[in-house]
Design a protein. Structure first.
Length: 191
């Protein structure tokens, strides 16, 4: 684990047996049942860090690989007429999965996607590539995005991931209501 990574353990009374972990910027968040002892916590944190590192080692691609994948997707689903000048991973996107600046033809993809299924990352790339054609989220934009066959499935995956993250945050804060409605979620996650 990189030396600048910190670990945040979130315990939930709703969790009974499962433990999961994900990266959120420079923090590794480990989700576990509230009933676990400190010894179990320590053991599971170590195990989950190892699993994350192994998974990221298999799936993590550098900026060049990400750019190459974006070019392939642009050619496959968007006729290859609008190609990005650069595509790179970034650490500073916590409310969006990706962003695009059409004027400079640059795309930034949140590192929070590392470790998610490749078809989800591909969806975010196609979404941002579609912004090279249309800066807005109008009908023409969505018609382009829907050319990617797993677009709806990937959107559902990301919405579920976001909802689960909010539930865990509410559990930690002791809240009973989940913040945000569907429109707010879509606005935050679509970039």
């Amino acid at each position: 684990m990189p030396s600048n990574t910190k670990v945040e353990v979130r315990r939930s009374p709703r969790r009974r047996r499962t433990v999961s972990a994900y990266r959120d910027g420079d923090t590794t968040v480990v989700l576990m049942p509230a009933s676990f002892s400190r010894a179990e916590e320590k053991r599971w944190v170590g195990r989950m860090l190892q699993r994350l590192e192994a998974r990221e080692g298999r799936r993590h691609s550098g900026d060049q690989d990400l750019h190459a994948r974006a070019l392939e997707l642009a050619r496959q689903y968007l006729d290859g007429t609008e190609l990005p000048a650069s595509v790179r991973w970034v650490d500073n996107q916590n409310a969006r999965w990706g962003s695009c600046t059409p004027e400079t033809r640059t795309i930034r993809i949140s590192r929070r996607l590392i470790g998610m299924p490749s078809w989800v990352v591909d969806y975010v790339l196609v979404h941002e590539l579609a912004h090279l054609f249309h800066a807005h989220h109008g009908r023409e934009f969505w018609d382009l995005v829907r050319r990617y066959p797993k677009a709806e499935r990937a959107r559902g995956y990301l919405e579920g991931f976001s909802a689960a993250s909010r539930l865990e945050a509410c559990d930690q804060a002791g809240d009973t209501d989940v913040p945000g409605d569907a429109a707010e979620i879509e606005a935050l996650e679509e970039g």
